[in-house]
Design a binder for this molecule. Sequence first.
Ligand code: URA
Ligand code: URA
Length: 261
Amino acid sequence: MESTLTPEAALASLAWQIELGATEAIGDVPLNRYELSEKATKTVARARAASPEPAPPVTDPVVEAETAARAAPTLAALRDALAAFPHCALQQGARNLVFADGRPGARVMILGEAPGREEDIAGRPFVGRAGQLLDRMLAAIGLDRRAEDPARAVYITNVLPWRPPQNRDPQPEEIAMMRPFVARHVALAAPDCLILTGNISCEAGLNRRGITRLRGQWTEAFGLPALPMFHPAYLLRNPAAKRETWADLLALRARLSEIPE
Ligand code: URA
Ligand code: URA
């Protein structure tokens, strides 16, 4: 392809596109994959309307998610069920399924929001800047996602397993669709307690937002003791809030010393 750009301008344009969230080099003409899938759906619908076959029953993605999640007997099966779940359009724009990191069976399970660019590339949750801050926060109270000992170990996942385009906020329908998978994930990982980071995790686990009021108060989510905390990405933008988060980490440490292992 001939280009009229100077190498410097091309480089600056590329940096700008990466800043906007581009992760792949593609053609000159933009392709809206969401629209494509809509077109495909319409074509199928037209073909169905034209055929004498009865239309298949309308499916409710949340009910399907519940069925698929409940049927998964292991974490590996749950991962496969998520990969095969056809109703979340985010999957089409994501590079990798981001399932979990750390040790299943750890006493503490962390529920994040959704993968960002780094996580989408690595296929692991919380590996970017927010993840590095999360690791430092955990280390401050003796926890480590690489630890073998369940008392020191951590298990980490997100509400959404696929990166939303341009890191936009997960939408309520997406959270509702993924909640059954999160519930099953918690049951199979079997931690002693949950940390809900930020509003999206609170919506998934508690059906409500308002992290500023919720943080630091033990509550219950997915049948387990749960502690809402500020999201590490929020702490990167608002370092002053680390003071409250330090208090919350101490509350977690105190709780761990109270619950028998
Ligand atoms: N933020 C999240 O909530 N989860 C990740 O995995 C990374 C950043
Ligand atoms: N909003 C969020 O979603 N999370 C925070 O931690 C703070 C504000």
